[in-house]
Design a protein around this ligand. Structure first.
Ligand SMILES: [Zn+2]
Length: 308
């Protein structure tokens, strides 16, 4: 019997234990992702695994400012000035390489898709996350915006003309939204809580569909809001999707407060993908601070990507 062809490209990064801001336990969460990948594989999800090695600076400059990249890369040699770093994006000696590898996952996945690799879906199992990072600012544990770079490269490499970014993290991807002017015909949609970072209102810029949920409205409210914003994305007839996949909207997460069940998250992502069927998907790991949730959610997300 011939082996089952791979359905999902999983892009991992080298060990980023050196990026340990000492506050959010990053290395452990990377272990949780490795466990999720192993569980999905053991459950028969056909995966192809590759490791990112970095990204040329010329590509990073399509999304981030030259000066910001220079400052971030210099943080390897000297502790950065507090004048330009945000308190919730601490920079340590290993931060630059970890962020560079995370961004490199977008480079690798889009090269793979452009070359006609057998998988048309990719999951970027990266740390640190990226959706709060704007052109010239690190914020919310994010340094380089991997989802935005993926959207940019999907277009630059001829895979898509219009990219839809669907952000299911508990927090609004303010960095991604701010980067839209650099992302060609990319459109963006997000459902998020009312707290951090305090952006993402329904009347914000064109090409965005935002819904803010106040308090713990549970799965029904979240699913209705996700359906509404997905309708906006679908109306633009995108030819590729980038998912900013956070798991901090799940119940018991110590940071997010939307109180979703795993079933809610699976259902929401499945429904959205069914409405944009047949086009390439790159899903990028964003937030998620409850280890058990993270492992289970990533495992199930890999299954969804392989089957929907
Ligand atoms: Zn988040």
């Amino acid at each position: 019997m011939s082996p089952v062809p791979p359905r999902v490209l999983v892009v991992t990064t080298p060990d980023t234990q050196t990026h340990d801001p000492g506050t959010m336990d990053y290395p452990v969460r990377q272990v949780a992702m490795q466990e999720a990948i192993a569980l999905a594989r053991a459950a028969g999800v056909p995966l192809e695994e590759r490791q990112a090695t970095g990204v040329p600076l010329a590509l990073l400059k399509t999304v981030h400012c030259r000066r910001y990249i220079k400052r971030l890369s210099a943080s390897i040699e000297r502790h950065p000035s507090r004048a330009w770093t945000m308190p919730d994006a601490p920079i340590v000696a290993g931060t630059w390489m970890a962020a560079l590898h995370a961004a490199g996952a977008a480079d690798l996945a889009t090269q793979y898709l452009a070359a006609g690799g057998p998988c048309r879906r990719a999951f970027l199992a990266v740390r640190p996350p990226g959706h709060h990072a704007s052109a010239d600012r690190a914020q919310g544990y994010c340094y380089l915006n991997t989802a935005a770079l993926a959207a940019r490269l999907l277009q630059d490499r001829g895979i898509a003309t219009r990219v839809a970014i669907l952000d299911v993290d508990a927090h609004h991807g303010n960095g991604t939204q701010a980067l839209l002017p650099r992302l060609g015909e990319t459109v963006y949609a997000s459902v998020h809580g009312a707290g951090y970072p305090g952006t993402g209102f329904a009347d914000e810029p064109p090409r965005c569909w935002n819904r803010t949920l106040s308090g713990d409205g549970g799965g029904e409210a979240w699913l209705a809001a996700l359906d509404a914003v997905a309708t906006g994305l679908v109306s633009t007839r995108p030819d590729a999707v980038v998912i900013s996949f956070g798991t901090d909207a799940l119940r018991y997460d110590p940071v997010g407060d939307l109180g979703l069940t795993q079933e809610d998250l699976d259902t929401g992502v499945c429904r959205a993908l069914e409405r944009m069927a047949g086009i390439p998907v790159i899903s990028v790991m964003e937030g998620g601070y409850h280890l058990g949730n993270l492992t289970q959610a990533v495992r199930r997300h890999l299954h969804t990507l392989a089957t929907k």
